[in-house]
Design a protein around this ligand. Structure first.
Ligand SMILES: [Zn+2]
Length: 306
């Protein structure tokens, strides 16, 4: 029987624990508040408003970038990602596209046998969250409280080799962001969530095969189960002579099953508009150096804690 190797890359969203949102003074943490009570003309995208960048978002994002050994860009820009979805009242999301806050980087994940797995970070950028759609029988309810909440999105290289390793990586990263004080990372409150790109290949091969993407996981244990189920499904498919198609999948936690997401949920028409309507975030050199120094001393002292 062929021996297979699993290849997993993760896309992780972390909510930064700032007092206010990224471009307005609305309260950032709306957990437990009634729907649509922390919104204003800026975060709901009314015509004529001017977003003002919250500097603490950049400082916390840069702290995380430094802790992940990324190269902090002294100047990064925000762009508009245009798409239409009911919980995005503006019709676009302000995000960083090509000039992101952190480029490159890695996190060394300790493994059970005492060695470490170096997991590359391909990109780390800042963006605003969208609102929330609540599905009720026969109708959809919208809560815009999360619109404009600051997020860091990071994309790892496909360096993880099992569902257990990927789950351990999320757990390790959660400890790190809490330790450096940039996020509460409460997954049950949506403050940390991840997508997993999963593929398999014959052991020893260097080829990257078509991958599937499991979306919107907000529990480490459920994520581990979902990835294990998908690896098992892919091996069964390949053993039966089939091919893996690049599906986007949703994990049903109750029934422990994966299902293909409907195309209208995955094929949003997006266009990146380089409007540069927001100011670039400029990190002063001195401040950048202080952040790096603080993070290096953290990494030295934290090895025994993490
Ligand atoms: Zn607001």
């Amino acid at each position: 029987m062929t021996d297979y190797e699993t290849v997993i890359g993760l896309e992780i969203h972390v909510q930064l624990n700032t007092n206010s949102k990224i471009f307005c003074s609305c309260k950032a943490d709306s957990w437990g508040d009634p729907p649509n009570t922390n919104i204003c003309p800026v975060c709901s995208g009314q015509p004529g408003v001017l977003p003002v960048l919250n500097q603490v978002v950049i400082e916390k994002g840069a702290t995380l970038a430094a802790a992940l050994n990324a190269e902090i860009q002294p100047v990064s820009y925000f762009d508009r990602k245009n798409y239409f979805y009911p919980d995005l009242p503006k019709g676009y999301q302000i995000t960083q596209y090509d000039l992101a806050l952190g480029m490159g980087g890695y996190l060394d994940l300790p493994l059970e046998d005492g060695s470490t797995r170096r997991v590359g970070i391909e990109k780390l950028h800042i963006e605003e969250d969208a609102g929330k759609t609540i599905h009720k029988p026969g109708r959809r309810l919208l809560d815009f409280n999360r619109c404009g909440v600051p997020l860091v999105e990071m994309v790892t290289s496909p360096d993880l080799r099992s569902a257990d390793e990927a789950a351990d990586f999320i757990r390790y990263l959660r400890k790190l962001v809490r330790w450096i004080g940039v996020s509460d990372a409460d997954m049950e409150k949506g403050k940390m969530r991840f997508d997993a790109n999963v593929s398999i290949r014959e052991k020893g091969s260097k080829v990257l095969n078509p991958k599937t993407e499991i979306k919107n996981m907000n529990s480490i244990e459920h994520g581990r189960e979902a990835m294990k189920a998908e690896i098992k499904r892919q091996i069964k498919e390949v053993e039966a002579g089939g091919v893996i198609e690049s599906w986007t999948l949703d994990w049903d936690e109750e029934n422990k099953t994966l299902s293909k997401m409907r195309s209208k949920e995955t094929e949003l028409i997006t266009a990146i508009l380089k409007s540069r309507t927001c100011w670039p975030s400029v990190l002063m050199k001195g401040k950048s150096r202080r952040l790096l120094k603080a993070c290096r001393s953290f990494l030295t002292s934290a090895k025994s804690v993490l």
